[in-house]
Design a protein around this ligand. Structure first.
Ligand code: RIB
Ligand code: CA
Length: 312
């Protein structure tokens, strides 16, 4: 069982990834950090607590992190995630408190107390991680692994941008933070749009019907979360559950080890993640980037965990 800290911006697909983590015995969630991204950080931290409360989980601390990127104003994605950030799924406001300690200080405390034991899973902009790594430079080397949803690496035909034609939302939101994190020396596994925009990994209306009549509270909440997207677009992308799934069954994915450049600033190429050809590669550390996924087996895994009676 992997000890895991989540850092996320719930968001529909972040909430689905949290449900998947709670239903998976392979991971033990030690804490949920939240960051501004899909929605303001007050909303993303409330949403993490709304999902935990719905699932009857009261022993996982939720922390609030950065309210904006390091160098840019927040540009949220509430048009994609609904006015409550969770597809207007109808969950009540949270009663659970948010921790008083910031996400970056809380994660530093946990990671330093369990050197080499903790896997950090980031499915939002990387602002909290950059703030943690800047304050506590020893952290990247103390992680068992850093798994992140972010980037578009051109490794498949789907590896194009979704916030701009060239850049993926999490990296685009805070490219300076991404640059710090990707060059931190942590053992990084990055899952980008190259695999999460593959339609074979998307939920469709028949999946929604299966979830809607599912035997578990997780299935029924997943249906409410997914419905907003399916009504809008006819399908639901599962960027963040895919990222978590890499810890549940790594046979679902292929990874390549490459050096990646992140374009910072606010130009047309803001947030571009470019795989560097060997002759151009400098001192950047190698990172592992997902280059293929078995979409149908991933969906089978996701749905089976939603239908599983007991929590992890
Ligand atoms: O580009 C997709 C990513 O941006 C996902 O993590 C989604 O939740 C948003 O944060
Ligand atoms: Ca996210």
């Amino acid at each position: 069982m992997r000890k895991v800290i989540l850092d996320m911006d719930p968001g529909i697909d972040d909430a689905l990834a949290l449900l998947l983590a709670l239903k998976s015995p392979e991971v033990q969630v030690l804490s949920v950090g939240t960051v501004a991204g899909n929605a303001p950080v007050e909303m993303t931290s409330a949403n993490a607590r709304r999902v935990l409360e719905y699932m009857g989980v009261t022993n996982i601390p939720v922390t609030m992190g950065a309210a904006k990127p390091l160098n840019h104003p927040l540009v949220d994605a509430q048009n994609h995630h609904g006015s409550d950030g969770l597809g207007q799924c109808g969950l009540p406001p949270p009663r659970l408190p948010v921790q008083s300690m910031s996400t970056w200080d809380f994660m530093a405390q946990l990671i330093s107390a369990k050197p080499g034991e903790i896997t950090l899973v980031a499915t939002g902009p990387l602002t909290n991680l950059a703030l943690a790594f800047e304050r506590y430079p020893q952290l990247p080397g103390l992680l068992a692994r850093l798994v992140l949803m972010g980037g578009a690496y051109g490794l498949t035909s789907y590896g194009k941008g979704n916030r701009t034609a060239y850049a993926e939302f999490n990296i685009w939101q805070d490219p300076e933070a991404a640059n710090i994190v990707l060059n931190s020396g942590a053992d990084i596994y990055a899952l980008g749009l190259d695999i999460s925009m593959d339609p074979r990994t998307h939920l469709n209306s028949s999946h929604l019907e299966q979830l809607r009549v599912g035997p578990t509270p997780a299935a029924r909440l997943a249906a409410q979360l997914v419905e907003f997207d399916i009504r809008r677009r006819g399908y639901c992308e599962l960027h963040d559950p895919l990222t978590l799934a890499s810890l549940l069954d790594d046979s679902l994915f292929d990874f390549v080890s490459v050096k990646v450049e992140v374009i910072v600033g606010n130009g047309w190429d803001r947030g571009v993640t470019r795989v560097l050809p060997p002759e151009q590669a400098g001192e950047q550390p190698l990172i592992h980037v997902a280059s293929a996924v078995d979409g149908s087996r991933f969906l089978e895994l996701f749905l089976s965990r939603m239908f599983k009676e007991q929590n992890a």
